[in-house]
Design a protein around this ligand. Structure first.
Ligand SMILES: CC(C)(COP(=O)(O)OP(=O)(O)OC[C@H]1O[C@@H](n2cnc3c(N)ncnc32)[C@H](O)[C@@H]1OP(=O)(O)O)[C@@H](O)C(=O)NCCC(=O)NCCS
Length: 156
């Protein structure tokens, strides 16, 4: 899995993405520290322990370097940045029944603005899975020679 690079100087505005979801009853915001357990349980259930552990590191940052999407008081998606490595985006995921509604993109753009606000000019999608998605949403490009990147000598 290669890493991808995103130019943070060309990000689209976040507010219209968040507002159009809000009209559908979906809220995108940062989690509070008192929501650490429900977020962890959500990620473990939907995407596995490894991603939950990566995201947990976001609560060490202030503000938390995380965003969640909420519908009817339940988490339906999340995104983490500056967690696994500095300047990395990810992991991220949206509950399958909620995909293709713009939630993933709003979480991604919110997080990339977060990276830009702490001073980065380029963001790194660490170990990008759906590369076409990152090309389409933020014009990401594959970083040559980045596979396997940090994902070596992994635990079994
Ligand atoms: C990747 C993921 C987060 C996208 O979330 P989503 O809420 O479905 O994405 P959005 O609805 O915001 O999609 C935005 C655009 O990207 C497109 N898109 C979504 N998933 C895509 C994919 N896998 N490949 C290419 N394009 C994709 C959508 O069609 C949409 O296009 P549009 O703006 O023309 O309508 C979600 O599919 C997911 O949770 N996947 C499993 C976990 C995962 O792979 N995470 C990434 C790890 S690096």
């Amino acid at each position: 899995m290669s890493d991808m690079l995103v130019n943070l100087l060309n990000l689209p505005p976040l507010e219209p993405l968040v507002e159009s979801l809000r009209v559908e009853g979906i809220v995108v915001r940062r989690p509070n520290s008192f929501e650490m357990t429900p977020l962890r349980e959500y990620i473990v259930r939907e995407f596995g322990t490894g991603w939950a552990d990566e995201a947990a590191a976001g609560f060490a940052n202030k503000p938390a370097s995380l965003f969640i999407a909420i519908h009817e008081k339940k988490i339906v998606g999340f995104a983490a940045y500056d967690c696994t490595r500095r300047d990395f985006f990810g992991p991220t995921g949206v509950t399958s029944a909620y995909r293709n509604k713009g939630i993933g993109k709003a979480l991604l753009i919110a997080s990339l603005w977060g990276l830009r606000e702490i001073g980065y000019v380029y963001g790194i999608i660490g170990g990008a899975g759906p590369k076409d998605y990152y090309v389409k949403t933020v014009g990401a490009t594959i970083i040559a020679g980045s596979n396997p990147g940090i994902y070596t000598d992994l635990l079994g």
